[in-house]
Design a protein around this ligand. Sequence first.
Ligand code: B12
Ligand code: SF4
Length: 517
Amino acid sequence: MRQIGSVLRAAGHEPLFVFLKEFRLGRFSGVTPREEELLLALLRDLKPDLVGISLTSSFTADLAFHLADRIRESSGLPVVVGGPHASAAPEECLEHADFVCVGEGDEAIVDLADALSRGEPTAGIANLWSRVNGEIRRNDVRPLAQDLDAYPPIAYGEAESYYIEDERLRKVDPAALGDMYQTTASRMCCPFGCTFCAAVWLRRGLYAGKGKVCRYRSVDKVVEEIERARRVNPNIRLVRFWDEIFGVGAPRGWLDEFCERYTKKVGLPFEIWSHPAAITEDRIRKLRSAGLAAAWVGVESGSGKVRREVLNRRETDEVVLRAADILHRHGVEAGYEFILDIPWLAEENRRGTFELIMRLPRPFQVHLHSLSLLPRTVLAERAVSEGLIKREQIGLRDRPLVDRFASHFWQHHLEIRSRRAAFWHSLIYLAGMPSVPRSLLWMAYRLRSLLLLCPRALMLAAEIAGARNAAGETKYFPPLARVYPGVAGYLSRHPALARASNWLVRRLVRLARRVFA
Ligand code: B12
Ligand code: SF4
């Protein structure tokens, strides 16, 4: 929406930004009736001509549909939706919105706003779907804009920003309150084709024949944007680039120029997303010298067989380990992403993931995820065709919202009730903690036939390690609460109680540490 708002402003419209709740994994309790009322009242006050909502499949789609229905019912305002879920499931979106933007929306939104403000017809606008006399009008996507520099920088710290959180409305852009600035330098530049990834269909399906998909902004524009953000918020201490794989697919010389200009003009530490095969000595050396502080690397499974046969990832363990070694030697903080509950070759995935994590040079972080089967992905189609899930379960749509958020955590996977999953997930989680001695972990691994009979002890150890990690951060609920989303939901509505329970867990952990020491 920051991008959509900024192109609207550049075209002479007046965007107002409403940020509805912070993205808080593990303690998301949904939008309360009071927050919903605050939103509707705000829209009544602001009286916009058009409401835009951005959607992702598993987390926000149903919530956004509910809100879109309420907005249309209560105020009669036209609603346009866009984002990954709108591109993947436009028909469904059209049941809740007047217009659906398929694919990139930078030009479509301006055409729509122009047409509405001039009272002109909207039916023929490329990228937009709408209903005309009850019939769905499906307009094709326009060719991809090749010059991303033609777009203004994303909106940040705009005066007309509203933030609804914790049952309060504030006139502020929440992003501009923090110390991290988030942006992208490129679009659709990943060359890979992972079976679980929603971007693959965009690159190879929706936009096939519509121009070069991988596009970079010029270094000048990226640097200028960050300098501008720092003027708005002098507290920025870190920049995060959300590009699929930072630097990959960039025009010749782009990376060198970026490293030089970023160092001179910005000079702040930054973080990137990457892929094991994209981590080379040369690239990391250059980026490190420009301030690369951390790289989050999608490994997804520690088993080569699972990567190859299920995820369509060709890199070998050696490639992953070489990447880890490069990051380690250059002093770049590494975070490795893994998916725990892959239903195919499940045991192979767990064992392989544990073994690979145990070979990664410490220290590092692991981020353990649940598999979200997203619309238009090869893996979701495979799961449906093999009868593992029903079509309506794609994107976890059959589960309560709070559950979908909680499912992001290692403790709360679909099969956590299975002893086997509980054992492996706890062991893998512990393996990702730099302070847990590897000898102990190997011992637990060797004793697995025994420990599998009662994985509770291992789960408890993982919970305590997790609580220790979270200690000091009142922001996070005790991990135990995350296992039971009902408790997490309750606590998130009662911040004082949440703080008290965090305090209690910290005390208990300290006590346990003293006892065991
Ligand atoms: C940054 C990011 C995040 C950040 C979000 C930060 C933020 N506040 O936006 C975090 C880490 C929080 C995050 C979390 C998740 N993410 Co994420 N994320 C991304 C990422 C890497 C970049 C998104 C981005 O900013 N792109 C740049 C902008 C300019 O492009 P864009 O978002 O596509 O927007 C364009 C169009 O979509 C359209 N558009 C978008 N919104 C709107 C609205 C209107 C009204 C209109 C007209 C047009 C329009 O116009 C825009 C400009 O052309 C993408 C991957 C990618 N490279 O796109 C994944 C991606 C969006 N995430 C994805 C997923 C699945 C998730 C999670 C659900 C993770 C999970 N499995 O649990 C969560 C859910 C988050 C949520 N709130 O819903 C999927 C979404 C797939 C889907 N079908 O929904 C993606 C595409 C990754 C993938 N390849 O599978 N994510
Ligand atoms: S490497 Fe990342 S962005 Fe690329 S296809 Fe795989 S999951 Fe998607």
